[in-house]
Design a binder for this molecule. Structure first.
Ligand SMILES: Nc1ncnc2c1ncn2[C@@H]1O[C@H](COP(=O)(O)OP(=O)(O)OP(=O)(O)O)[C@@H](O)[C@H]1O
Ligand SMILES: [Mg+2]
Length: 324
């Protein structure tokens, strides 16, 4: 299934205060594609994913405009009941912290089988058999013991795998992974990334993979969208983005990646931070931190422009020769 987000614009309203979290997001994740959404903390990644899942409470959230389609299903116009069905059957999500998502009082087996029984109408025995299969798929062999374990009896990496097992139990067609490896050490991180690639190959799931770290997404992504202050500022195939980054923000994010050749040199950190959603600078939101900014950047917001087929960026000076 293909996921398409069109001009999604979302605010949090509290009294007379408005936090403008998403300012016209456009993004397409093709069937079976792994599309990464990358940006620093506070840029709008989680608001995007929870909005797709229909998990943003309104109020305080106000969807100002925009549409989200899963193939031809208009997700934002569904009733709550239909949204719940889609969440169980078609779209699944894994989160940064499994501890928050797993129910500490229920055995892992019950947490996997309950959705199989509820959504797929399986018998308890059939659901338990399927749960064992799924646990093997996510690399939790010796499944019987895991089925009877409580979350606190599992290590961090096992909990993350158990959460992925629950997420994929009903054969979702689309997976959202919101920083699923951030809390893990490097070895476990690599294992979970391999698992996500493996699942895409086995199940042809489209995946929106969220991370603040371009290093993490390098191996798994087909396409990458870079998000800054609630807007996509660059969208490209992974290969193109790493070879020819266009937006100054993407370039700085890439420079903060240590690579083997440059070992020993200091990492660049980008001075300043993502603006608060209540206080987005006028013009290009990145201008206060941008080494190339000129007067126009403070006044006029640059549009996304396609510079090469499938490679777009939003910057007044992309393609002008000023940014080499
Ligand atoms: N419940 C809320 N009320 C008000 N503002 C919010 C709320 N949730 C998020 N925001 C604002 O929306 C913006 C985007 O937040 P979001 O959580 O999507 O960032 P993120 O990219 O996921 O960051 P991180 O990498 O830290 O997870 C931030 O400015 C944040 O302050
Ligand atoms: Mg987040």
């Amino acid at each position: 299934m293909e996921l398409t987000i069109k001009d999604l614009d979302v605010s949090f309203i509290q009294g007379d205060r408005e936090a403008h979290a998403l300012r016209g997001i456009n993004l397409t994740v093709g069937k079976g594609e792994i599309h990464s959404l990358v940006g620093e903390s506070g840029s709008g990644k989680t608001v995007t994913s929870t909005c797709i899942m229909g998990l943003l409470p309104s109020p305080p959230v106000r969807i100002n405009k925009g549409e989200i389609f899963l193939d031809d299903i208009n997700l934002l116009s569904l009733s709550e009941e239909d949204q719940r069905k889609i969440r169980g059957m078609k779209i699944a999500m894994v989160f940064q912290e499994p501890a928050k998502y797993l129910n500490p009082t229920l055995k892992i087996g019950v947490q996997i089988t309950e959705s199989l029984i509820l959504h797929l109408g399986m018998s308890k025995t059939a659901a338990e058999e399927k749960a064992l299969d799924i646990l093997t798929t996510v690399g939790l062999g010796g499944g019987k013991r895991i089925l009877h374990s409580y979350p606190h009896e599992l290590s961090g990496g096992m909990k993350q795998r158990a959460m992925i097992a629950i997420a994929i139990s009903c054969n979702p067609l689309f997976l959202i992974a919101d920083e699923p490896t951030t809390a893990l050490d490097v070895t476990l991180q690599e294992q979970i990334l391999e698992l996500i690639m493996d699942l895409r190959n086995k199940l042809s799931m489209g995946t929106l993979f969220i991370s603040h770290d371009l290093r993490v997404v390098h191996d798994i992504s087909d396409r990458i969208s870079v998000i800054y202050a609630g807007k996509i500022v660059e969208n490209s195939s992974k290969t193109e983005l790493f070879a020819h980054p266009m937006h100054p923000y993407s370039r700085l994010l890439l420079k903060s990646i240590p690579d083997a050749e440059k070992r020993g040199t200091r990492l660049v950190t980008i001075p300043g931070k993502v603006p608060d959603a209540e206080n987005i600078p006028p013009g290009c939101a990145f201008h206060p931190r941008c080494p190339f900014a000129e007067d126009i950047c403070k006044i006029e917001e640059p549009e996304m422009k396609e510079y090469q087929e499938g490679h777009s960026a939003a910057c007044h000076f992309c393609g002008t020769g000023k940014i080499q």
